[in-house]
Design a protein around this ligand. Structure first.
Ligand code: C5P
Length: 275
């Protein structure tokens, strides 16, 4: 976290990583307009969903005669800080791009994604990437070895805007050792593990249940636990597999626990097939 910008956003140096936990989206061509339903899980349907706006922006510009119906099987938590809404919006852009014969060039698609939200451009890319500016100026990092990761979300939703709004920039740790961006193409997991999340302290102070999850994961043997974005999800790496049931019993009631893997860009490209 570097500074508050004149547009109200915050200047970031952040790392994005794809993981194997996702919503499922089905798109079908229709005669006209955009229709969005949420068949399972908790997310707004219709125009209130960012994925609806993504479809409207794409079709208006590149396929005005076309309509689409979208259904979302929502599995990721709302307000979880793992980019569910942003990734759905980006996935709709990619799917429409494929359905309509790729009328947009990469730069144009990126611009539309930026308009939808600061995290949306990353989800056009996937894999491991450094986000600068609002988080939407991206530098890709080559595929890293995939590794098991736990994602744990306490039973609360956190508003990104609220966390950034409450942030006391003066109270933030000035900075640890500066990061050497010039060597980014050689980054490996140990380098990435040396990073930190400036929002962690603020979020744990405002939402003590996030700290409870953090403590339970550390006590359960995690070698690294960190807040994802503005939370509420924490991700954890373990040196050796933990005692799963013992660890889950120590987490706050109602926590969502997913044991998955980090995904490289090449794996992601294989999964993200539109039929
Ligand atoms: O762009 P998006 O709608 O995802 O951002 C949600 C909110 O998070 C913004 O309105 C802003 O308050 C905050 N934010 C920020 N700095 C960023 C990204 C998001 O202050 N780099």
């Amino acid at each position: 976290m570097l500074a508050r910008r004149s547009d109200g956003y915050h200047e970031l140096e952040t790392l994005f990583q794809s993981v194997g936990d996702a919503d499922r989206i089905t798109l079908k061509e229709s005669s006209r307009g955009v229709d969005l339903t949420v068949s399972a899980g908790n997310a707004p349907s219709g125009e209130a969903n960012l994925a609806h706006r993504a479809a409207v922006l794409f079709l208006r510009r590149w396929a005005p005669g076309l309509g689409v119906s979208i259904d979302i099987d929502k599995r990721l938590p709302m307000g979880g800080g793992i980019g569910g809404g942003s990734s759905n919006a980006a996935t709709v852009l990619l799917a429409l791009q494929q359905m309509t014969g790729e009328p947009a060039d990469q730069l144009e698609l990126h611009e539309v994604a930026r308009e939808l939200g600061a995290d949306v451009p990353y989800f056009l890319l996937g894999g491991t990437a450094l986000g600068l500016g609002r988080g939407d100026e991206l530098i890709s990092i080559g595929d890293l070895p995939e590794r098991p990761v736990w994602l744990v979300t306490p039973p609360i939703g956190i508003s990104t805007a609220e966390v950034f709004g409450n942030l006391d920039l003066v109270g933030l740790r000035p900075s640890r050792a500066p990061i050497d961006w010039s060597r980014i193409e050689n980054w490996r997991w140990p380098v990435i593990e040396g990073g930190w999340n400036d929002l962690e302290e603020t979020v744990m102070r405002c939402y003590p249940v996030v700290r409870d999850v953090y403590n339970a994961l550390v006590e359960g043997g995690a070698t690294l636990v960190r807040l994802s974005g503005t939370g509420a999800t924490l991700f954890a790496f373990f040196g050796s597999p933990p005692d799963t049931s013992e660890l889950i019993s120590k987490l706050p009631q109602g926590s969502r626990v997913v044991q998955t893997e980090t995904l490289s860009r090449s794996s992601l490209d294989k999964i993200r097939v539109v039929r």
